[in-house]
Ligand binder design. Sequence first.
Ligand code: 13P
Length: 252
Amino acid sequence: MRKKIVAANWKMNLGLNEGSTLVNDILKGLPKLDETRQVVIAPTYVHIGQTAAQLDGKDFISLGAQNCHTEVSGAYTGEVSAPILKSAGVKYVILGHSERREYCKETDAMVASKVNQALANDMKAIFCCGEPLAIRDAGTQNDYVGAQVQAGLFHLSAEQLKNVVIAYEPIWAIGTGRTASSAQAQDMHAHIRSVLSAQYGAAVADNMSILYGGSCKPSNAAELFGCPDVDGGLIGGAALKAEDFLGIIAAM
Ligand code: 13P
């Protein structure tokens, strides 16, 4: 059975003290979750050591990172590799976020090779996909997102795919307050699952967690997560306040 997951993407926010307080407040309010539910917190690289210590020993809340490099080590000033993240206790790596695809010019090929790095280092990849507004307006979002999934993941074996979580994040919904409707989210999640099913078979596709991201908040999380193919969320802004993040976890 596939897991329900709520993951926090802090993006480039919070100092060390603020991050520490936020994690403590989340831990205080977090109910005990069974093995079918998982919370992930992906702070900045600077927070990783501190957050690892705070989450140590808690199975149902895991440490994430927001990126990793395509190479294992070497002269790449300012970068962090998958083996380094693994050594710090990271369990999940967010890859292919639209902000990195846009601002850091990450290509499908780079994202695919980062996915390989995460998996080779026993971490799970949270693979992000999602269309810009012009594509949604043209009505070609299914082809666009299907192509992203194919380019980023189809080189993997069915066995490797067990360590991948997909996050559908329509770019027009990220940080805009304009959430996809539950019908729009369900349609796309079902489409992504059908694309996976065509390549890997229904059993593999049914086991994959597909998260929704984009202006998800406590007030809309229950409706989104209630869709049959929406298995949780990747949360930006609302993950920066303990009360809001806990509200979203409660919806899961
Ligand atoms: P918001 O929740 O702030 O819209 O961000 C979503 C996101 O990009 C998570 O990765």
